[in-house]
Design a protein around this ligand. Structure first.
Ligand code: ZN
Length: 81
């Protein structure tokens, strides 16, 4: 619990989504590189359901910002076609 409180107070860490290990067959969900237990699910705007470039680990609460966010959206559109 202490670790979660610490991480919530830390600034966001910039990472590349394409450098993370995917979890299961999701194209977005990734293993958290900080605690290696948690998942970075990729968040959506609560109102528009659009993906947002900020994320938080479900386990250690480390906050991240995706540097390759535009590429992530590209992946999604390619899959639709
Ligand atoms: Zn984590």
């Amino acid at each position: 619990m202490k670790k979660i409180a610490e991480n919530l107070n830390k600034p966001r860490i910039e990472i590349r989504h394409d450098a993370l290990k995917r979890v299961g067959d999701s194209i977005f969900k990734s293993e958290c590189p900080f605690c290696e237990t948690g998942i970075l699910p990729v968040s959506r705007n609560q109102k528009t359901y659009k993906l947002i470039p900020f994320d938080i680990c479900l386990y250690c609460a480390q906050r991240v910002e995706y540097l390759d966010f535009d590429d992530m959206l590209g992946v999604k559109e390619e899959k639709k076609r």
